[in-house]
Design a protein around this ligand. Structure first.
Ligand code: AMP
Length: 215
């Protein structure tokens, strides 16, 4: 199964993708994660992407589509994939069609997480993750049970994304509205889109996704 999770920054794509990975043995392909890894490693892609990401703008279509190709080619043909944060523009959506058909993969579902934009800045500006295991936390909504210690792995190292500040978030929203939301009609025409209420609590959202996948 191949699915796309669509939604603005902070809609919960990464969190929900991780839950589906745990439940279904699928693989999450997040171009944001790949780009952050490239920035950290100082690769040519990372050097090119760094300033663009910090400004909340979009990295070039060619770069992200190449990352997706490489990531897919490293997987077994029958491993299910959750695309998280890709495609984000119409050219990327068209590239993905080609990329999938060249690999005999079908797109099963496009799931849009619908959220109230007012809530997103609050969600994003408080979030942080365990530097060791990646468990997500939030300054106002979900602190570790024991202060400064990850609930899941006990690590005391946490990290925050550099682009999770109010100013950059607003630019990321602008990009979403201008370039990503307009790709939905491409998929609506194919009858593969389901909308899920991304404002519900996390377990309810996961349950709705499970219903779509198993429906
Ligand atoms: P994300 O982790 O999905 O929020 O992505 C973080 C940042 O990485 C975005 O604000 C963009 O600068 C860049 N990025 C991630 N995925 C893409 C993509 N598919 N197309 C262009 N830029 C991307």
């Amino acid at each position: 199964m191949n699915i796309i999770l669509l939604g603005p920054p902070g809609a919960g794509k990464g969190t929900q993708a991780q839950r589906l990975v745990d439940k279904y043995n699928m693989v999450q392909l997040s171009t944001g994660d790949m780009l952050r890894a490239a920035v950290k490693a100082g690769t040519p892609v990372g050097l090119e992407a760094k300033a663009v990401m910090e400004a909340g703008e979009l990295v070039s279509d060619d770069i992200v589509s190449a990352l997706i190709c490489d990531a897919l080619d490293a997987l077994d043909a029958d491993t299910g994939v959750i695309f998280d944060g890709y495609p984000r523009t119409a050219p990327q959506a068209h590239s993905l069609d080609t990329i999938l058909s060249e690999r005999a993969r079908l797109l099963d579902h496009v799931i849009e997480l619908e959220v109230n934009e007012e809530a997103l800045v609050d969600r994003i500006t408080g979030r942080f993750t365990c530097a060791n295991c990646g468990t997500g936390y939030h300054d106002r909504h979900k602190l570790p049970k024991s202060e400064g210690v990850c609930d899941k792995c006990g690590s005391t190292e946490f990290k925050r994304r550099k682009d999770d500040n109010a100013e950059t978030v607003r630019q990321r929203m602008v990009e979403y509205r201008a370039k990503t939301a307009p790709i939905l009609p491409i998929y609506e025409e194919r009858d593969v889109v389901t909308r899920v209420d991304g404002m519900a609590d996390m377990d309810t959202v996961t349950q709705s996704l499970v219903e779509v996948l198993e429906g």
